[in-house]
Ligand binder design. Structure first.
Ligand code: GLA
Length: 394
């Protein structure tokens, strides 16, 4: 059966799309707000994501429509506007620039993009960039390594869109493998895919959409990253460590003992950001070991702790997301969970025992809509499974 993006392509161009490519969304149960300061993360890709139906354009024009946004976007691969236009396609303009800086790009494409879930928390921005880059590489016969694609996508976000994100999202969406947990060190890009232990209790992934969609650039995301980096810089100075440029200083450079010794000298906000980072680093390591031995209850508990630290130390979370988080923590059958992603709007993810699926959906939905009746019709639950992160031309 044709996908909606394929149907839309036909409606617009009166021709079938030649190709279809796909990139999954990701969840990160433990390892939040760690990657931009070179921490470790755990994550999985899910069986929902972004499709692009497309055809080559020999004249170098990129012409894109999205089923989620009204405005059609267009640019030439060699004349990408140097500054962003503040619309959904900025990520893709930035990605075109990144690719064109490294490779000879002469062909463009016409394409229709379709996301299978609401925007916010699952890193649709990284997925749309990766799937678009894959398509643009394909029509230009370019074959970058996975890490290079990840870096082009991160740089598009950092330099063109202006969000100080790390490489958690892209790495999960690229490297994940069905029924495995990705355990990645963002400092040196080493990673391990930890298989689901046969002794592990069964699990599914429940995503609770708050009904409020978000944008990272407009959020306090960058400020939190700056606060954390400031803490790292101050700690290095207190300890008499050698330090370089501010932007190149990361919390990963600071040994835990240095943090413990000097943390009380930090301004309260900076100390809290550092406390989140340090404890999250620890949780990721413990979480990876719990997954290895098949202890999903412990892994889930650590994910709940991660959510708690994101609220009280990282100080993020809209009232809607905090309410969802609270409900999840006292619902039977949920191993654990937290805000998915940056936590300013969007959704919460949880790992659930499939035997409780119905009662979980019923309880969380009833309690949430009691608190936010105006979000009836916008709030939504989706049950997903772990999936391969390898994306590409289908
Ligand atoms: C967003 C960013 C990621 C990461 C998470 C928080 O998804 O894009 O790089 O920082 O937030 O963990």
């Amino acid at each position: 059966m044709a996908l909606l993006c394929q149907e839309k392509f036909f409606e617009l161009y009166h021709k079938e799309a030649e190709y279809l490519a796909f990139c999954p969304y990701r969840i990160c149960p433990i390892g939040a707000h760690s990657d931009h300061n070179l921490g470790k993360i755990t994550g999985l890709a899910i069986d929902k994501g972004i499709h692009i139906a497309y055809r080559t354009k020999q004249n170098g024009v990129v012409e894109l429509s999205s089923l989620q946004f009204n405005k059609r976007a267009q640019w030439h691969v060699r004349e990408v506007p140097k500054t962003k236009e503040n619309d959904w396609a900025d990520y893709l303009r930035g990605a075109t620039l990144q690719l064109a800086e490294r490779y000879p790009v002469s062909k463009g494409l016409s394409g229709v993009i379709e996301g299978s879930l609401p925007i916010g928390g699952l890193s649709s921005s990284a997925a749309v960039v990766l799937v678009f880059l894959k398509a643009l590489c394909h029509v230009n016969d370019i074959h970058p390594e996975p890490l290079e694609l990840i870096m082009m996508s991160v740089k598009a976000e950092n330099e063109y869109v202006g969000v100080s994100s790390g490489k958690l999202d892209q790495s999960c969406e690229m490297y994940s493998k069905k029924d495995h947990l990705l355990y990645l060190d963002t400092k040196d890009d080493s990673y391990e895919l930890i298989p689901t232990n046969p002794a592990m209790k069964p699990y599914k992934i429940a995503i609770f959409f708050s009904g409020v969609e978000r944008t990272l650039a407009g959020s306090k995301f960058n400020m939190r990253v700056d606060e954390l980096r400031s803490a790292a810089y101050a700690l290095a100075a207190y300890a008499g460590m050698e330090y370089g440029k501010f932007k190149e200083t990361n919390m990963r450079d600071i040994p835990r003992e240095v943090y413990e010794q000097y943390k009380d000298r930090l301004p309260d906000n900076w100390r809290k950001r550092a406390e989140h980072w340090m404890t999250e680093f620890d949780r990721v390591e413990r979480g990876a070991e719990a997954w290895r031995r098949g202890d999903i209850e412990e892994y889930g508990r650590l994910s709940f702790e991660s959510g708690h630290s994101s609220i009280y130390n990282w100080e993020t979370g809209s009232p809607e997301l905090k309410t969802l988080y609270d409900i999840m923590t006292h619902t039977d059958g949920i191993y654990g969970g937290r805000f998915s992603g940056a936590g300013f709007k969007g959704c919460c993810m949880s790992l659930i025992d499939p035997a409780f699926e119905e009662s979980i959906v019923q309880k969380v939905s009833a309690e949430y809509l009691k608190a936010f009746p105006e979000l009836q019709g916008k709030y939504m639950v989706k049950i997903c499974r772990s999936a391969d992160g390898l994306y590409g031309v289908l």
